[in-house]
Write a protein that binds this ligand. Structure first.
Ligand SMILES: NC(=O)c1ccc[n+]([C@@H]2O[C@H](COP(=O)([O-])OP(=O)(O)OC[C@H]3O[C@@H](n4cnc5c(N)ncnc54)[C@H](O)[C@@H]3O)[C@@H](O)[C@H]2O)c1
Ligand SMILES: O=C(O)C[C@H](O)C(=O)O
Length: 329
């Protein structure tokens, strides 16, 4: 049976993450090995030529699942009929830039993109925001798309989730595949909280296996939360291949589901669960099934976790208030 191709729009297509991402989408890793895709690449005018070069390389791979590539600098064209949108292109913080300037510059990108999604995307559109500050950029885009169900706008904390699994595996000597139910709470920033209290290692409670709160507080949490900065320091550029890999994981899990007995972390609009104010785009433990996600309910949150979740949520509230003050939401 011939399947209708899924339209996947990628913004910032000529950037570092774009280069690591597009080939994996085209080879079937995003949606599945039997799902044909059409790519729409959105770039700013200065990025179009490089995006064309990447499209030439995609052609040269002769991917059987790739059914077309369009390149544009017009969001209305890029999101026309989009089923999946990966919003990667963002304005990086430059020297001397205040946080308010950064939020405002990104508002100039994510507000029009949200409106274009609202006006042109397919009814089943699913959006993942990767470009930083990812949670608040997702909030801006979502607010500009009142006709799209709010839960279709998500922000990426899967890279943090994967980083935390890897660190925990290294500490416990377990295989990555033996680690389940890890959670990233809050913002994709240094305030994020990687929580192992409900995680398991080979079926045993991870916090009990580790049994070292000092390691948790002084090593594990800061290592995960500051990993992005450590990569920038080491590589001279922000994480690209691992970020692209996490974007693939995020969408693949959202569409195809979490494994039985496991969950993942996604930045999603809060429904008020765990005391996170409704509407904030915050990371939660979620299970996915039939293309939808649900927050894992009923977890006991101890004092250690509560303080850290609250601190990250407070930062998200401050970012929300700042973009509200700028008229971006
Ligand atoms: N959430 C995460 O876990 C995570 C991890 C790594 C990086 N990031 C973020 O992802 C973003 C992209 O990273 P990168 O390394 O690919 O950056 P990059 O600078 O290499 O590429 C960004 C691309 O976006 C394009 N762009 C800028 N404004 C655009 C617009 N309005 N429309 C379309 N394209 C636009 C630029 O021309 C550029 O080609 C950054 O904001 C980075 O901080 C997030
Ligand atoms: O781009 C960055 O600032 C870092 C990135 O968000 C990361 O977590 O690797």
């Amino acid at each position: 049976m011939t399947r209708t191709p899924v339209n996947v729009t990628v913004t910032g297509a000529a950037g570092q993450i774009g280069y690591a991402l597009l080939f994996r989408i085209a080879s079937g890793h995003l949606l599945g090995a039997d799902v044909p895709v059409k790519l729409r690449l959105l770039e700013i005018p200065q990025g179009l030529k490089a995006a064309e070069g990447t499209a030439m390389e995609l052609d040269d791979c002769a991917f059987p699942l790739l059914r077309g590539i369009d390149i544009t600098d017009d969001p209305n064209v890029a999101f026309d009929g989009a089923n999946v949108a990966l919003l990667v292109g963002a304005r990086p913080r430059t020297k001397g830039m205040e946080r308010g300037d950064l939020l405002e510059a990104n508002g100039g990108i994510f507000k029009p993109q949200g409106k274009a999604i609202n006006d042109h995307a397919a009814d089943d559109i699913r959006v993942l925001v990767v470009g930083n500050p990812a949670n608040t950029n997702a909030l801006i885009a979502q607010a500009a798309a009142p006709d799209v169900p709010a839960e279709r706008f998500t922000a990426m904390t899967r890279l943090d989730h994967n980083r935390a699994i890897s660190q925990l595996a290294a500490r416990t000597g377990a295989a990555v595949s033996d680690i389940k139910r890890l959670t990233i709470w809050g913002n994709h920033s240094a305030t994020q909280y990687p929580d192992i209290f409900h995680a398991t290692v080979g079926g045993r409670n991870a916090a009990e296996v580790v049994d070292d709160e000092k390691w948790l507080a002084d090593e594990f949490i800061p290592t995960v939360a500051k990993r992005g900065a450590a990569i920038i320091e080491a590589r001279g550029a922000s994480s690209a291949a691992s970020a692209a890999n996490a974007a693939i994981d995020h969408v693949h899990t959202w569409v195809n589901g979490t494994a039985e007995g496991d969950w993942t972390s996604m930045g999603i609009p809060s429904d008020g669960s765990y005391g996170v104010p409704e509407g904030l785009i915050s990371s939660f433990p979620v299970t996915c099934k039939d293309g939808a996600y649900e927050i894992v309910q009923g977890l006991d949150i101890n004092e250690f976790s509560r303080t850290r979740i609250d601190a990250s949520v407070k930062e998200l509230e401050e970012e929300r208030d700042a973009v509200r003050g700028l008229g971006l939401i």
